[in-house]
Design a binder for this molecule. Structure first.
Ligand code: ADP
Ligand code: ZN
Ligand code: MG
Length: 488
Protein backbone atom coordinates (compact mmCIF):
# COMPACT_ATOMS: atom_id res chain seq x y z
CA UNK A 1 0.00 0.00 0.00
CA UNK A 2 1.17 3.51 -0.76
CA UNK A 3 0.95 6.25 1.82
CA UNK A 4 0.86 10.01 1.34
CA UNK A 5 1.61 12.77 3.84
CA UNK A 6 -0.76 15.50 4.98
CA UNK A 7 0.85 18.57 6.51
CA UNK A 8 -0.43 21.73 8.20
CA UNK A 9 1.71 24.46 9.73
CA UNK A 10 1.18 26.83 12.64
CA UNK A 11 3.38 29.92 12.45
CA UNK A 12 3.78 32.40 15.29
CA UNK A 13 5.10 35.77 14.30
CA UNK A 14 5.90 38.64 16.66
CA UNK A 15 4.36 41.86 15.42
CA UNK A 16 6.70 44.81 15.31
CA UNK A 17 4.97 47.31 17.60
CA UNK A 18 6.69 49.74 19.98
CA UNK A 19 4.66 48.59 22.97
CA UNK A 20 3.11 45.30 24.07
CA UNK A 21 -0.33 43.99 23.13
CA UNK A 22 -2.19 45.07 26.27
CA UNK A 23 0.12 47.50 28.09
CA UNK A 24 2.62 50.27 27.33
CA UNK A 25 5.78 48.25 28.11
CA UNK A 26 8.50 48.34 25.45
CA UNK A 27 8.91 45.38 23.08
CA UNK A 28 12.60 46.04 22.46
CA UNK A 29 14.74 42.91 22.21
CA UNK A 30 17.82 42.38 24.35
CA UNK A 31 17.02 44.46 27.44
CA UNK A 32 18.11 43.28 30.86
CA UNK A 33 15.78 40.67 32.37
CA UNK A 34 12.33 41.79 33.54
CA UNK A 35 12.92 45.48 32.81
CA UNK A 36 10.02 45.71 30.37
CA UNK A 37 7.28 44.70 32.75
CA UNK A 38 4.35 46.33 34.56
CA UNK A 39 1.33 45.24 36.61
CA UNK A 40 -0.63 44.44 33.41
CA UNK A 41 1.86 42.09 31.74
CA UNK A 42 2.77 40.60 35.11
CA UNK A 43 -0.89 39.91 35.76
CA UNK A 44 -1.23 41.73 39.05
CA UNK A 45 -4.70 41.73 40.55
CA UNK A 46 -6.76 44.74 39.59
CA UNK A 47 -4.72 45.62 36.49
CA UNK A 48 -6.62 45.95 33.22
CA UNK A 49 -5.48 45.16 29.67
CA UNK A 50 -6.06 47.70 26.87
CA UNK A 51 -5.75 46.54 23.25
CA UNK A 52 -2.88 48.06 21.25
CA UNK A 53 -4.44 49.53 18.09
CA UNK A 54 -1.16 49.34 16.17
CA UNK A 55 -0.96 45.58 16.78
CA UNK A 56 -4.53 45.13 15.60
CA UNK A 57 -3.75 47.04 12.40
CA UNK A 58 -0.65 44.95 11.73
CA UNK A 59 -2.74 41.82 12.21
CA UNK A 60 -5.29 43.11 9.69
CA UNK A 61 -2.45 43.97 7.32
CA UNK A 62 -1.30 40.34 7.35
CA UNK A 63 -4.88 39.10 7.09
CA UNK A 64 -5.51 41.15 3.96
CA UNK A 65 -2.24 40.06 2.35
CA UNK A 66 -3.25 36.43 3.02
CA UNK A 67 -6.68 37.02 1.48
CA UNK A 68 -8.37 36.36 4.81
CA UNK A 69 -11.87 37.36 5.68
CA UNK A 70 -11.30 40.08 8.26
CA UNK A 71 -13.82 39.72 11.07
CA UNK A 72 -16.57 42.25 11.74
CA UNK A 73 -16.82 41.26 15.40
CA UNK A 74 -13.76 40.40 17.47
CA UNK A 75 -13.35 38.84 20.86
CA UNK A 76 -10.45 37.88 23.09
CA UNK A 77 -10.42 34.75 25.20
CA UNK A 78 -8.41 33.35 28.05
CA UNK A 79 -6.43 30.22 27.27
CA UNK A 80 -5.69 28.72 30.66
CA UNK A 81 -2.61 26.77 31.54
CA UNK A 82 -0.26 26.75 34.46
CA UNK A 83 3.36 27.28 33.59
CA UNK A 84 5.92 29.70 35.01
CA UNK A 85 6.37 31.56 31.72
CA UNK A 86 2.79 32.76 32.10
CA UNK A 87 2.37 34.97 35.19
CA UNK A 88 -1.44 35.19 34.92
CA UNK A 89 -1.72 31.40 34.40
CA UNK A 90 -3.68 32.21 31.25
CA UNK A 91 -2.75 33.68 27.90
CA UNK A 92 -5.00 36.25 26.29
CA UNK A 93 -5.68 34.81 22.84
CA UNK A 94 -8.56 34.53 20.40
CA UNK A 95 -10.70 31.43 20.22
CA UNK A 96 -13.88 31.52 18.17
CA UNK A 97 -13.86 35.12 16.91
CA UNK A 98 -10.35 35.67 15.53
CA UNK A 99 -9.42 38.86 13.71
CA UNK A 100 -8.65 36.98 10.47
CA UNK A 101 -10.73 34.07 9.16
CA UNK A 102 -10.33 31.89 6.06
CA UNK A 103 -7.80 33.00 3.44
CA UNK A 104 -5.10 31.60 1.21
CA UNK A 105 -1.49 31.93 0.16
CA UNK A 106 -0.24 31.21 -3.36
CA UNK A 107 3.17 29.57 -3.36
CA UNK A 108 5.59 28.63 -6.12
CA UNK A 109 6.14 24.93 -5.65
CA UNK A 110 8.87 24.35 -8.18
CA UNK A 111 11.63 26.28 -6.42
CA UNK A 112 13.08 23.23 -4.75
CA UNK A 113 13.46 21.32 -7.98
CA UNK A 114 15.83 23.79 -9.52
CA UNK A 115 14.43 23.44 -13.01
CA UNK A 116 14.62 26.77 -14.68
CA UNK A 117 12.96 26.20 -17.99
CA UNK A 118 9.21 26.25 -17.48
CA UNK A 119 6.80 28.76 -15.99
CA UNK A 120 5.88 29.50 -12.39
CA UNK A 121 3.95 26.67 -10.81
CA UNK A 122 1.54 28.14 -8.31
CA UNK A 123 -0.28 26.14 -5.65
CA UNK A 124 -2.91 27.69 -3.42
CA UNK A 125 -2.57 26.82 0.26
CA UNK A 126 -5.56 27.49 2.51
CA UNK A 127 -5.17 29.68 5.59
CA UNK A 128 -7.52 28.60 8.36
CA UNK A 129 -7.14 31.70 10.49
CA UNK A 130 -4.64 34.24 11.79
CA UNK A 131 -5.39 35.39 15.32
CA UNK A 132 -3.86 37.78 17.83
CA UNK A 133 -2.46 36.66 21.16
CA UNK A 134 0.17 37.67 23.68
CA UNK A 135 3.59 36.04 23.83
CA UNK A 136 4.72 34.21 26.98
CA UNK A 137 7.83 34.95 29.04
CA UNK A 138 11.10 33.14 28.53
CA UNK A 139 12.48 30.48 30.86
CA UNK A 140 16.25 30.27 31.24
CA UNK A 141 17.68 26.93 32.28
CA UNK A 142 21.21 27.06 31.00
CA UNK A 143 24.09 27.70 33.35
CA UNK A 144 21.81 27.85 36.38
CA UNK A 145 22.70 25.22 38.94
CA UNK A 146 19.67 25.54 41.14
CA UNK A 147 16.28 25.93 39.42
CA UNK A 148 15.45 28.15 36.44
CA UNK A 149 15.06 31.86 35.82
CA UNK A 150 12.22 33.58 34.06
CA UNK A 151 12.32 36.77 32.00
CA UNK A 152 8.96 38.44 31.42
CA UNK A 153 10.22 41.03 28.93
CA UNK A 154 8.78 38.90 26.13
CA UNK A 155 5.52 38.29 27.98
CA UNK A 156 2.77 40.33 26.39
CA UNK A 157 4.50 41.05 23.08
CA UNK A 158 1.90 40.79 20.28
CA UNK A 159 1.91 37.56 18.34
CA UNK A 160 -0.03 36.60 15.28
CA UNK A 161 -0.67 32.87 14.97
CA UNK A 162 -1.13 31.92 11.33
CA UNK A 163 -2.70 28.48 10.94
CA UNK A 164 -2.63 26.73 7.57
CA UNK A 165 -5.11 24.20 6.32
CA UNK A 166 -3.70 20.66 6.01
CA UNK A 167 -3.01 21.41 2.34
CA UNK A 168 0.73 20.82 2.18
CA UNK A 169 1.74 17.60 0.49
CA UNK A 170 5.49 17.29 1.06
CA UNK A 171 8.37 18.56 3.21
CA UNK A 172 9.51 20.67 0.25
CA UNK A 173 6.09 22.24 -0.07
CA UNK A 174 6.12 23.07 3.64
CA UNK A 175 9.50 24.73 3.14
CA UNK A 176 8.23 26.68 0.14
CA UNK A 177 5.15 27.79 2.08
CA UNK A 178 7.30 29.11 4.91
CA UNK A 179 9.62 30.89 2.50
CA UNK A 180 6.68 32.54 0.74
CA UNK A 181 5.00 33.47 4.02
CA UNK A 182 8.17 34.96 5.47
CA UNK A 183 8.71 36.99 2.29
CA UNK A 184 5.19 38.42 2.55
CA UNK A 185 5.66 39.29 6.23
CA UNK A 186 8.90 41.06 5.37
CA UNK A 187 7.31 42.98 2.51
CA UNK A 188 4.52 44.02 4.86
CA UNK A 189 7.14 45.18 7.40
CA UNK A 190 5.13 43.69 10.24
CA UNK A 191 7.93 41.67 11.83
CA UNK A 192 11.68 41.07 11.90
CA UNK A 193 10.95 37.40 11.11
CA UNK A 194 14.14 36.40 12.85
CA UNK A 195 13.95 32.74 13.86
CA UNK A 196 17.12 33.05 15.91
CA UNK A 197 15.60 35.78 18.05
CA UNK A 198 12.32 33.89 18.16
CA UNK A 199 10.29 36.51 16.34
CA UNK A 200 9.20 33.77 13.92
CA UNK A 201 8.36 30.26 15.15
CA UNK A 202 6.79 27.26 13.50
CA UNK A 203 5.09 24.05 14.63
CA UNK A 204 4.44 21.33 12.07
CA UNK A 205 1.47 18.94 12.04
CA UNK A 206 1.99 15.73 10.09
CA UNK A 207 -0.06 12.65 9.33
CA UNK A 208 0.04 9.99 6.63
CA UNK A 209 -2.81 8.09 4.98
CA UNK A 210 -3.22 5.43 2.29
CA UNK A 211 -3.28 7.20 -1.08
CA UNK A 212 -6.78 5.93 -1.82
CA UNK A 213 -8.18 7.05 1.54
CA UNK A 214 -10.00 10.35 1.92
CA UNK A 215 -10.05 10.48 5.73
CA UNK A 216 -6.95 12.00 7.30
CA UNK A 217 -4.68 9.90 9.44
CA UNK A 218 -3.90 10.70 13.08
CA UNK A 219 -1.68 13.76 13.28
CA UNK A 220 1.41 14.40 15.28
CA UNK A 221 2.52 17.90 16.20
CA UNK A 222 6.24 18.69 16.08
CA UNK A 223 7.75 21.53 18.09
CA UNK A 224 11.23 22.91 18.68
CA UNK A 225 11.87 23.71 15.03
CA UNK A 226 14.39 26.55 14.81
CA UNK A 227 14.83 26.91 11.06
CA UNK A 228 12.93 26.18 7.88
CA UNK A 229 15.46 23.46 7.06
CA UNK A 230 14.70 21.82 10.41
CA UNK A 231 10.97 21.97 9.64
CA UNK A 232 11.64 20.22 6.35
CA UNK A 233 13.87 17.55 7.89
CA UNK A 234 11.54 16.90 10.83
CA UNK A 235 8.54 16.45 8.53
CA UNK A 236 10.53 14.07 6.32
CA UNK A 237 11.56 12.03 9.35
CA UNK A 238 8.03 11.97 10.72
CA UNK A 239 6.54 10.82 7.39
CA UNK A 240 8.98 7.93 7.28
CA UNK A 241 8.41 7.01 10.93
CA UNK A 242 4.62 7.04 10.61
CA UNK A 243 4.62 5.18 7.30
CA UNK A 244 6.84 2.47 8.71
CA UNK A 245 4.62 2.15 11.79
CA UNK A 246 1.50 1.77 9.64
CA UNK A 247 3.20 -0.75 7.36
CA UNK A 248 4.04 -2.76 10.48
CA UNK A 249 0.41 -2.70 11.53
CA UNK A 250 0.90 -0.25 14.38
CA UNK A 251 -1.41 2.68 15.06
CA UNK A 252 -0.25 6.29 15.29
CA UNK A 253 -0.95 7.99 18.58
CA UNK A 254 -1.88 11.65 18.60
CA UNK A 255 0.91 13.41 20.43
CA UNK A 256 3.31 16.32 20.54
CA UNK A 257 6.88 15.47 19.56
CA UNK A 258 10.10 17.45 19.74
CA UNK A 259 12.77 17.63 17.06
CA UNK A 260 16.29 16.64 18.04
CA UNK A 261 18.46 18.27 15.41
CA UNK A 262 21.70 16.59 16.46
CA UNK A 263 20.17 13.12 16.07
CA UNK A 264 17.88 14.04 13.20
CA UNK A 265 14.89 12.43 14.92
CA UNK A 266 11.68 13.39 16.71
CA UNK A 267 10.76 12.07 20.14
CA UNK A 268 7.58 12.11 22.17
CA UNK A 269 6.99 15.05 24.51
CA UNK A 270 3.42 14.40 25.57
CA UNK A 271 0.51 12.29 24.38
CA UNK A 272 -3.05 13.45 23.80
CA UNK A 273 -4.05 12.24 27.27
CA UNK A 274 -1.48 14.51 28.85
CA UNK A 275 -2.47 17.41 26.58
CA UNK A 276 -3.71 20.62 28.16
CA UNK A 277 -7.38 21.32 28.44
CA UNK A 278 -7.20 25.07 28.02
CA UNK A 279 -10.73 25.79 29.22
CA UNK A 280 -11.08 28.78 26.95
CA UNK A 281 -13.53 31.41 28.09
CA UNK A 282 -14.13 35.04 27.03
CA UNK A 283 -11.70 37.55 28.51
CA UNK A 284 -14.01 39.61 30.74
CA UNK A 285 -11.65 42.59 30.81
CA UNK A 286 -11.79 43.09 27.04
CA UNK A 287 -15.29 43.30 25.65
CA UNK A 288 -16.08 42.03 22.12
CA UNK A 289 -16.10 44.87 19.61
CA UNK A 290 -16.99 45.71 16.03
CA UNK A 291 -14.24 46.42 13.55
CA UNK A 292 -15.34 49.15 11.16
CA UNK A 293 -14.98 48.44 7.45
CA UNK A 294 -13.39 51.88 7.06
CA UNK A 295 -10.52 50.80 9.29
CA UNK A 296 -10.03 47.66 7.20
CA UNK A 297 -10.12 49.63 3.96
CA UNK A 298 -7.67 52.16 5.37
CA UNK A 299 -5.24 49.34 6.09
CA UNK A 300 -5.82 47.83 2.65
CA UNK A 301 -4.76 51.10 1.02
CA UNK A 302 -1.34 50.86 2.67
CA UNK A 303 -0.54 47.35 1.38
CA UNK A 304 2.68 47.26 -0.65
CA UNK A 305 3.37 45.28 -3.80
CA UNK A 306 3.73 41.67 -2.61
CA UNK A 307 6.43 39.18 -3.70
CA UNK A 308 4.40 37.21 -6.24
CA UNK A 309 3.11 40.39 -7.90
CA UNK A 310 6.63 41.70 -7.95
CA UNK A 311 7.95 38.52 -9.57
CA UNK A 312 5.31 38.81 -12.27
CA UNK A 313 6.28 42.45 -12.83
CA UNK A 314 9.99 41.58 -13.05
CA UNK A 315 9.22 38.97 -15.70
CA UNK A 316 7.11 41.36 -17.71
CA UNK A 317 9.13 44.53 -17.24
CA UNK A 318 12.67 43.15 -17.30
CA UNK A 319 12.24 39.93 -19.27
CA UNK A 320 14.15 37.80 -16.75
CA UNK A 321 13.39 34.05 -16.45
CA UNK A 322 10.44 33.22 -14.18
CA UNK A 323 12.51 31.10 -11.85
CA UNK A 324 15.04 33.90 -11.37
CA UNK A 325 12.31 36.43 -10.74
CA UNK A 326 10.70 34.25 -8.10
CA UNK A 327 13.94 33.54 -6.27
CA UNK A 328 14.95 37.21 -6.39
CA UNK A 329 11.75 38.56 -4.88
CA UNK A 330 11.89 36.27 -1.84
CA UNK A 331 14.47 38.56 -0.27
CA UNK A 332 13.07 42.05 -0.39
CA UNK A 333 16.43 43.76 0.02
CA UNK A 334 18.01 41.65 -2.68
CA UNK A 335 15.11 42.38 -5.01
CA UNK A 336 15.41 46.10 -4.24
CA UNK A 337 19.12 45.93 -5.00
CA UNK A 338 18.50 44.13 -8.28
CA UNK A 339 15.82 46.60 -9.31
CA UNK A 340 18.06 49.60 -8.53
CA UNK A 341 20.84 47.97 -10.51
CA UNK A 342 18.59 47.65 -13.57
CA UNK A 343 17.35 51.22 -13.11
CA UNK A 344 21.01 52.27 -13.13
CA UNK A 345 21.23 50.88 -16.63
CA UNK A 346 22.43 47.29 -16.14
CA UNK A 347 21.22 44.56 -18.48
CA UNK A 348 18.46 42.81 -16.48
CA UNK A 349 19.48 39.22 -17.23
CA UNK A 350 23.10 39.91 -16.37
CA UNK A 351 22.09 41.84 -13.26
CA UNK A 352 19.87 38.96 -12.12
CA UNK A 353 22.77 36.52 -12.50
CA UNK A 354 25.30 38.79 -10.88
CA UNK A 355 23.10 39.59 -7.91
CA UNK A 356 22.08 35.96 -7.34
CA UNK A 357 25.48 34.43 -7.83
CA UNK A 358 28.53 36.68 -7.40
CA UNK A 359 27.01 39.25 -5.07
CA UNK A 360 25.40 36.63 -2.81
CA UNK A 361 28.65 34.64 -2.70
CA UNK A 362 30.49 37.82 -1.75
CA UNK A 363 28.03 38.61 1.06
CA UNK A 364 28.29 35.04 2.34
CA UNK A 365 32.08 35.05 2.23
CA UNK A 366 32.23 38.34 4.12
CA UNK A 367 29.29 37.32 6.33
CA UNK A 368 27.58 40.68 5.82
CA UNK A 369 24.12 41.76 4.78
CA UNK A 370 23.46 43.67 1.61
CA UNK A 371 23.15 47.04 3.41
CA UNK A 372 26.74 46.68 4.54
CA UNK A 373 28.11 45.85 1.11
CA UNK A 374 30.54 48.44 -0.25
CA UNK A 375 29.32 47.78 -3.78
CA UNK A 376 26.28 49.95 -4.50
CA UNK A 377 23.70 48.98 -7.14
CA UNK A 378 25.07 51.89 -9.17
CA UNK A 379 28.60 50.47 -8.93
CA UNK A 380 27.51 46.93 -9.85
CA UNK A 381 25.61 48.35 -12.82
CA UNK A 382 28.89 49.97 -13.93
CA UNK A 383 30.68 46.62 -13.73
CA UNK A 384 27.92 44.83 -15.61
CA UNK A 385 28.08 47.44 -18.38
CA UNK A 386 31.78 46.69 -18.85
CA UNK A 387 31.01 42.97 -19.16
CA UNK A 388 28.22 43.65 -21.62
CA UNK A 389 30.46 45.85 -23.77
CA UNK A 390 33.14 43.18 -23.81
CA UNK A 391 35.64 45.39 -22.01
CA UNK A 392 35.92 42.81 -19.24
CA UNK A 393 35.76 39.03 -19.43
CA UNK A 394 33.48 37.33 -16.93
CA UNK A 395 36.43 36.02 -14.99
CA UNK A 396 38.24 39.34 -14.74
CA UNK A 397 34.97 41.01 -13.79
CA UNK A 398 34.64 38.67 -10.81
CA UNK A 399 38.07 39.74 -9.59
CA UNK A 400 37.12 43.36 -10.11
CA UNK A 401 34.00 42.83 -7.98
CA UNK A 402 36.16 41.55 -5.12
CA UNK A 403 38.34 44.63 -5.45
CA UNK A 404 35.28 46.90 -5.53
CA UNK A 405 33.98 45.32 -2.33
CA UNK A 406 37.35 45.71 -0.65
CA UNK A 407 38.06 49.30 -1.71
CA UNK A 408 34.69 50.84 -2.55
CA UNK A 409 36.13 51.96 -5.90
CA UNK A 410 34.15 51.86 -9.14
CA UNK A 411 34.75 49.15 -11.74
CA UNK A 412 35.88 51.78 -14.25
CA UNK A 413 38.52 53.12 -11.84
CA UNK A 414 39.89 49.64 -11.09
CA UNK A 415 40.04 48.69 -14.76
CA UNK A 416 41.94 51.89 -15.56
CA UNK A 417 44.34 51.52 -12.64
CA UNK A 418 45.22 47.92 -13.40
CA UNK A 419 45.00 48.02 -17.15
CA UNK A 420 42.51 45.19 -17.13
CA UNK A 421 40.74 45.96 -20.33
CA UNK A 422 39.89 42.78 -22.15
CA UNK A 423 41.71 42.25 -25.41
CA UNK A 424 39.22 42.12 -28.25
CA UNK A 425 41.81 42.97 -30.87
CA UNK A 426 41.46 40.01 -33.21
CA UNK A 427 44.94 40.52 -34.67
CA UNK A 428 46.54 40.15 -31.25
CA UNK A 429 44.43 37.13 -30.37
CA UNK A 430 45.19 35.48 -33.71
CA UNK A 431 48.89 35.74 -33.04
CA UNK A 432 48.47 34.17 -29.61
CA UNK A 433 46.30 31.42 -31.09
CA UNK A 434 48.92 30.56 -33.70
CA UNK A 435 51.55 30.42 -31.03
CA UNK A 436 49.39 28.12 -28.87
CA UNK A 437 48.70 25.79 -31.79
CA UNK A 438 52.37 25.56 -32.65
CA UNK A 439 53.37 24.88 -29.04
CA UNK A 440 50.73 22.21 -28.34
CA UNK A 441 50.75 19.69 -31.20
CA UNK A 442 49.41 16.91 -28.96
CA UNK A 443 46.30 18.91 -27.98
CA UNK A 444 45.77 19.87 -31.60
CA UNK A 445 45.91 16.23 -32.69
CA UNK A 446 43.50 15.18 -29.96
CA UNK A 447 41.05 17.92 -30.90
CA UNK A 448 41.18 16.89 -34.54
CA UNK A 449 40.57 13.30 -33.48
CA UNK A 450 37.28 14.51 -32.00
CA UNK A 451 38.23 15.20 -28.38
CA UNK A 452 36.39 18.45 -27.60
CA UNK A 453 38.11 18.62 -24.24
CA UNK A 454 41.48 19.25 -25.86
CA UNK A 455 40.25 22.68 -26.85
CA UNK A 456 40.40 23.70 -23.20
CA UNK A 457 44.16 23.25 -23.08
CA UNK A 458 44.57 25.43 -26.17
CA UNK A 459 42.25 28.15 -24.80
CA UNK A 460 44.28 28.03 -21.61
CA UNK A 461 47.50 28.53 -23.54
CA UNK A 462 46.07 31.55 -25.38
CA UNK A 463 44.85 33.06 -22.12
CA UNK A 464 48.27 32.58 -20.60
CA UNK A 465 49.91 34.21 -23.53
CA UNK A 466 47.57 37.24 -23.28
CA UNK A 467 47.81 37.55 -19.52
CA UNK A 468 44.21 36.37 -19.09
CA UNK A 469 42.88 39.41 -20.90
CA UNK A 470 41.77 37.93 -24.19
CA UNK A 471 38.06 37.89 -24.88
CA UNK A 472 37.25 34.19 -24.37
CA UNK A 473 34.47 34.19 -26.92
CA UNK A 474 36.83 35.49 -29.59
CA UNK A 475 39.56 33.06 -28.52
CA UNK A 476 37.20 30.13 -28.98
CA UNK A 477 35.96 31.35 -32.32
CA UNK A 478 39.41 32.01 -33.70
CA UNK A 479 40.80 28.73 -32.38
CA UNK A 480 38.05 26.62 -33.90
CA UNK A 481 38.31 28.55 -37.10
CA UNK A 482 42.07 27.98 -37.38
CA UNK A 483 41.94 24.33 -36.34
CA UNK A 484 39.09 23.75 -38.76
CA UNK A 485 40.71 25.31 -41.81
CA UNK A 486 43.96 23.46 -41.25
CA UNK A 487 42.38 20.05 -41.09
CA UNK A 488 40.42 20.49 -44.31
P1 ADP B 1 -5.39 21.27 17.29
O1 ADP B 1 -6.76 21.42 17.81
O2 ADP B 1 -4.70 20.03 17.72
O3 ADP B 1 -4.55 22.50 17.43
P2 ADP B 1 -6.16 22.02 14.66
O4 ADP B 1 -7.36 21.41 14.02
O5 ADP B 1 -6.28 23.38 15.23
O6 ADP B 1 -5.61 21.02 15.74
O7 ADP B 1 -5.02 22.04 13.57
C1 ADP B 1 -3.78 22.50 13.87
C2 ADP B 1 -2.93 22.35 12.62
O8 ADP B 1 -2.85 20.98 12.27
C3 ADP B 1 -3.46 23.06 11.39
O9 ADP B 1 -2.38 23.65 10.71
C4 ADP B 1 -4.08 21.96 10.56
O10 ADP B 1 -3.97 22.21 9.17
C5 ADP B 1 -3.22 20.76 10.94
N1 ADP B 1 -3.91 19.48 10.84
C6 ADP B 1 -5.14 19.17 11.30
N2 ADP B 1 -5.42 17.88 11.09
C7 ADP B 1 -4.32 17.33 10.48
C8 ADP B 1 -3.99 16.02 10.01
N3 ADP B 1 -4.80 14.98 10.14
N4 ADP B 1 -2.78 15.85 9.46
C9 ADP B 1 -1.91 16.87 9.35
N5 ADP B 1 -2.17 18.11 9.75
C10 ADP B 1 -3.37 18.35 10.32
ZN1 ZN C 1 3.58 45.68 30.75
MG1 MG D 1 -4.95 24.70 17.09
Amino acid sequence: MNYEPVIGLEVHVQLKTKSKLFCSCSTEFGAEGNQHTCPVCLGWPGSLPVLNEAALKLAIRVGLALNCKVAERLKFDRKNYFYPDLPKAYQISQYDMPVNGRGWLDIETRTGLGTRDSGLEIRRIGITRAHLEEDAGKLLHEGIADGSLVDYNRGGIPLLEIVSEPDLGSPQEAYDYLTALKAILQYLEVSDCDMEKGSLRCDANVSVRPVSQEKFGTKVEIKNLNSFKMVQKAIQYEIERQTEALVNGETIVQETRLWNDAKGTTFSMRSKEEAHDYRYFPEPDLVPFTLSRETVEEVRKTLPELPLERAKRFIKEFGIPEYDAYVLVQEKKLANYFESCVREGANAKLASNWVQNELLALLNAKNITIEHCAVSPHALAGLIRLVEKGTLSGKTAKDVLQEMAATGKTAEAIVKEKGLTQVSDTGLIEKAVEKAIAANPAAVAEFKAGKQKALGALVGAVMKETGGKANPKLVNEILINKLGTRSS
